[in-house]
Ligand binder design. Structure first.
Ligand code: ATP
Ligand code: MN
Length: 461
């Protein structure tokens, strides 16, 4: 068993060719001994299910090794697939050989049979994918990433790799991590001219501005990459490093933008429910009861629509006490967003036309002169999952807004050129990939949706 010859448990359970010789390689979850033989539960990460291996006392290494196996040990097993008399499994392997590949001292292996808290598991992010829940998240995440590409590629969108290192620092999306190649005490503007790029640089907070460049050449484009925000918000919905899906469409207005966003969300939910049934069932039973019914409901209904102004009216009329009082002109807080989607509309809600003063300079100014063609999509349990807008395509309006915002137009000459030469109405949005995984898995904290979470004061491995 040198090359990669082992059968994946997922395929094996799908085919179930009883009587055939199979090889499985994975990690022991449990071992149980009964009168002269042992039951080994082996998991290889291909799916949620373990395969039961029956190791008979007549195996050469039975006493010396097999009876010492414990959770976390790695093994390679060869044997015959047979119908299983046990409840809850159709097949099992009658082992002809069990090779112990790596031991895991039971005195020190941190994953025991009992359920561990997610907080504890975060402290061992190098071992937590070996648990049922975090393994399921990893598989669902992979499938959803694939589905994102399928959705856009099937619709003729071109994927653009926007830069991770950026020099446009006022994209209006929060704090940027600064990047330096200098050993110095100089910071920011001071360090800029002497630093690697000859100006202040940092990690991107969004690929949008660069995606606009490509949309105004290729039509429909999307980016799907990591973004970074140095905001000190220690919440269950914020990470310092997260992944964002950002489509940008030329010759498209806010309505077209909302259409694509709703189609995308429904497509992704349908895809994951269809292709990850066991993992989704685990979430439904142990992470959020009623999750699948909730997601199906989202897929079947049209999203609700409301303007920001109407939303503020609704909130002012609400019988509920909010921590932050709402009034026209201030941004909605998470508690307001969740009240609207969870208690008023009971489904995803698209809020449009926010005050210009609370939204970034690139959003298109509406005819009323005081709101912009923005849209946020709010979902139950999370609040904002998507933020987007139609972009300002008129050079004079855009430069006026930049002046108001105190942005130096010289730094954005390239961005303004897009309005100077062949400008078109265009629109796009950002979907936070981890918020999406949070929504489909029911995980209470976003830190469980990314393999290695980064938050203020936390980046262990
Ligand atoms: P919020 O108000 O929830 O902090 P935002 O308005 O700052 O979000 P945008 O700049 O509109 O977020 O980013 C687009 C999307 O990216 C959001 O709708 C959300 O899904 C996701 N997102 C934003 N910030 C974070 C973060 N710190 N961690 C994870 N996802 C995020
Ligand atoms: Mn937003």
């Amino acid at each position: 068993m040198g090359e990669n010859v082992q059968t994946r448990i997922k395929n094996l359970l799908a085919k179930k060719t009883v009587g055939s010789l199979v090889q499985v390689a994975g990690w022991i979850r449990t071992r149980r001994d009964t009168g002269g033989f042992s039951f080994l539960e082996v998991n290889d990460g291909s799916c949620l299910a373990n395969i039961q291996v029956i190791a008979d006392g007549s195996l050469a290494n039975y006493e010396a090794e097999i009876r010492k196996l414990s959770a976390g040990c790695s093994v390679m097993v060869e044997g015959t697939l047979q119908a299983s008399p046990a409840k809850g499994q159709d097949v099992e392997i009658l082992a002809a050989e069990v090779v112990v590949v790596g031991w895991a001292d039971p005195e020190h292996y941190p994953l025991q049979k009992k359920r561990h808290s997610f907080e504890f598991l975060r402290e061992i992010s190098h071992l937590r994918p070996r648990t049922n829940a975090l393994g399921a998240v990893a598989r669902v995440r992979s499938r959803m990433s694939y589905a994102v590409h399928t959705f856009f590629q099937e619709r003729g969108f071109c994927q653009v790799h926007t830069p991770i290192i950026t020099t446009s620092d006022c994209e209006g999306a929060g704090e940027m991590f600064q990047l330096t190649a200098m050993e110095t005490s100089l910071k920011g503007e001071e360090a800029g001219p002497q630093d690697f790029f000859g100006r202040k640089a940092g990690l991107t907070v969004s690929g949008q501005l660069q995606a606009e460049v490509y949309a105004l050449a290729l039509g429909n484009v999307y980016t799907f990459g990591p973004t970074f925000r140095a905001e000190n918000s220690n919440t269950s919905r914020h990470l310092a490093e997260f992944w964002m899906i950002e489509p940008e469409m030329a010759f498209c207005d806010l309505r077209g933008n909302m259409r694509i966003a709703e189609d995308l969300l429904k497509y992704l939910l349908n895809d994951v429910i269809t292709h990850c049934p066991d993992d989704m069932d685990l979430f439904d039973r142990f992470i959020e009861k009623g999750l699948l019914a909730k997601l199906r409901g989202v897929m079947e209904q049209d999203f609700a629509h409301i303007t920001y102004t109407e939303a503020v009216d609704r909130l002012l009329q609400a019988q509920k006490k909010f921590e932050f009082q709402v009034r026209w002109g201030v941004d909605l807080q998470s508690e307001h967003e969740r009240y609207l989607t969870e208690e008023v509309f009971l489904r995803p809600l698209i809020v449009t036309d926010y005050p210009a003063t609370i939204k970034p300079f690139y959003m298109r100014v509406n005819d009323d002169g005081r709101t912009v063609a923005a849209m946020d999509i709010l979902v139950p349990g999370i609040g904002e999952i998507i933020g987007g807008s139609q972009r300002e395509e008129r050079l004079d309006v855009l430069t006026a807004r930049m002046a108001t915002a105190g942005i130096n137009t010289a730094d954005y000459a390239w961005y303004l050129d897009l309005r100077r030469y062949g400008t078109v109405p265009h629109a796009g949005f950002g979907l936070g990939f981890e918020r999406l995984i949070q929504f489909v898995s029911g995980m209470a904290n976003i830190r469980e949706t990314i393999p290695f979470p980064r938050t203020p004061g936390f980046a262990p491995c």
